[in-house]
Design a protein around this ligand. Structure first.
Ligand code: ADE
Ligand code: ZN
Length: 336
């Protein structure tokens, strides 16, 4: 098997994926027309040309503008089903999907419209493709904690549909400690907790996410490498990092994939996983991320296998489900 065939054949879990970041320009255009929402682009080509980013904020501005065409339950359903189709093509068998409720509720779209559309797609993805999934609601860190607390209140009637909470949006200047109360409330509700940290922000934000928010995974976390004590903690406690190579390249967190620290962290024993973050904006879904980082860093088949094993280990699946997928991965690698 070539390394690409090996990547294709291995089952994978995706743990860092913003559903609003899967908005392909064609679908965005179609929805803008059917909902009669104007977007500042004349054609699909123009949308694609706008996707040149120089940092996280320059991306977020465009990403929030794109989300403005989502109005009805059907829109959220269609968006998620288009993503599940990509999962199926890439052998992603389990996915934990982020959504940003505040991006929608602030435009007058109710929490229920968002969550019902997404969760119906999750049910249908299980039926149509056999893909399991969870939903994680993220708080926007550029907004005050009070707004996050209101959002958690709005989520209460739908808690059975929500696995956990996350923290995303502009990182620098918005340390995790600002959100310790709302994360404490989420913990008391029995929700899983994750947070973006150490993408553009320093290693101290990763400490903050672990200590002030009590998260079980760090999203990105690539700047953890600047702190040896933190690295040792990540290894000792096997705290997973959901790394997103093509995102890091597009947002200039690294200037070339050859300089990405994923392999260094993997070799040190960090539980690193590969994910696509906002694939419609960053040039590729799960397998594209695997192919490109594999070639740039000359990853071995053992590295690729480890990354796939880690994706299930770091997931919220039961031990029984994890064991099932470990065995499937073993079977693929024996066959090679
Ligand atoms: N929202 C969507 N993608 C994000 C990222 N990479 N970092 C922070 N917030 C985000
Ligand atoms: Zn992200």
């Amino acid at each position: 098997m070539t390394i690409e065939q090996y990547i294709d054949a291995l089952p994978k879990a995706e743990l860092h994926l913003h559903i609003e970041g899967t908005f392909e320009p064609e679908l965005m255009f179609e929805m803008a027309q059917r909902n009669q929402v104007s977007i500042p682009y004349a054609s699909v080509e123009e949308v694609k040309q706008a996707y040149q980013f120089h940092n996280l904020q320059s991306f977020l501005d465009i990403y929030y503008a794109g989300a403005s065409v989502l109005l009805h339950e059907q829109d959220f359903y269609d968006l998620a089903m288009a993503y599940f189709q990509r999962c199926y093509e890439d052998n992603v068998v389990h996915t934990e999907i982020f959504f940003d409720p505040q991006t929608h509720t602030h435009r007058g779209v109710s929490f229920g419209v968002v969550i019902n559309g997404l969760s119906k797609a999750c049910q249908d993805a299980k039926k149509q493709y056999g893909i399991s999934s969870e939903l994680i609601m993220c708080f926007l860190r550029h907004l005050p904690q009070d707004d996050a607390i209101k959002t958690l209140e709005q989520a209460k009637p739908f808690l059975s549909l929500i696995k956990g909470v996350g923290l995303d949006s502009s990182e620098l200047g918005f340390p995790p400690e600002l959100f310790s109360d709302v994360f404490q409330q989420a913990k008391e509700l029995g929700l899983m907790r994750v947070a973006h940290a150490g993408e553009e922000g320093p290693a101290s934000y990763v400490w903050g996410a672990l200590d002030a928010l009590d998260v079980s995974r760090i999203d990105h976390g690539v700047r953890s490498q600047e702190d040896d004590v933190l690295m040792q903690r990540l290894v000792d406690e096997q705290i997973p990092l959901t790394v997103c190579p093509l995102s890091n390249l597009a947002l200039k967190v690294v200037n070339h994939l050859k300089h990405h620290n994923l392999k260094k962290m993997l070799d040190k024993g960090v539980c690193v996983t590969i994910n696509s973050d906002d694939p419609a904006y960053f040039g590729g879904y799960m397998n594209a991320n695997f192919y490109q980082i594999t070639h740039a860093l000359n990853l071995s088949k053992d590295d690729v296998k480890q990354l796939c094993l880690n994706s299930f280990k770091a997931s919220s699946l039961s031990q029984e489900e994890k064991t099932y997928w470990y065995e499937r991965i073993e079977a693929v690698s024996q066959h090679d």
